[in-house]
Ligand binder design. Structure first.
Ligand code: GSH
Length: 211
């Protein structure tokens, strides 16, 4: 049985969404990161930094949302499900995954860290405007390469869409700018039944451990 360790509303949604798109059976375990549950010896044995998401599939333990999703699709995806089957198409997919993770997500996360997530003594408020500028620059690159119609890679929904939509959704929630040309695309992706099931699974798991 596959197990995924999550925190509702975080990057773990990428993995749960991929699991749902692939139609796999899995157990969803929510960790109360806010109560230090990432730092227990049990969880540190799964992830040396005590973070989520983590996937455990038999003897295999994988962390980093990009690595987990690539593993799931390579192992369980059928007929180009969530990833093209040819190396050229996979290179296009990886290009988008690395772009989202390194160019788009990082300046968003830098702003969040220095606004609220880091301990006070580590916060440097003056880096926030630079990170906001970097995020806008990455959005400009995205707008030039994708107009919001169709899908990011070829003619099918893929992991690239999962990563972009989760990241832009995070941006929207935190009131960072998200260009108008992506609104319909976001609505199309989040209308997928697997997205709603993923949100519900993460929330159910969180409710089970709350109290
Ligand atoms: N690059 C990692 C980021 C993982 C990460 O930072 N996860 C956050 C939740 S979104 C976390 O577990 N934070 C807890 C902590 O930093 O202790 C990925 O994409 O999986």
């Amino acid at each position: 049985m596959i197990s995924v360790y999550t925190y509702a509303g975080s990057r773990s949604l990428r993995v749960v969404w991929a699991l749902e798109e692939l139609g796999l059976d899995y157990q969803c375990h929510a960790l109360r990161l806010d109560k230090g549950e990432g730092q227990t010896p049990e969880h540190l044995a799964r992830h040396p930094d005590g973070k989520v998401p983590v996937l455990v599939d038999g003897d295999v333990t994988v962390f980093e949302s990009g690595a987990i999703c690539r593993y799931l699709v390579a192992k369980y995806g059928k007929d180009g499900q969530l990833m093209p089957s040819d190396p050229e198409g996979q290179a296009q997919l990886d290009q988008w995954l690395f772009f989202v993770l390194t160019e788009l997500e990082q300046p968003l996360w830098t702003q969040a860290k220095h606004a609220f997530a880091l301990p006070d003594e580590q916060k440097v408020a003056s880096v926030i405007p630079t990170a906001a500028w970097e995020y806008k620059r990455a959005l400009g690159a995205l707008e030039r390469r994708f107009d919001g119609t169709g899908w990011l890679v070829g003619d099918a929904f893929s992991l690239a869409d999962i990563f972009l939509v989760q990241t832009l959704g995070w941006a929207e929630k935190a009131r960072h700018p998200v260009p108008e040309q992506f609104k319909d695309y976001l609505a199309r992706c989040t209308a997928r039944p697997a997205w709603a099931r993923a949100i519900a699974r993460e929330e159910e798991a969180a409710a089970e451990v709350a109290s």
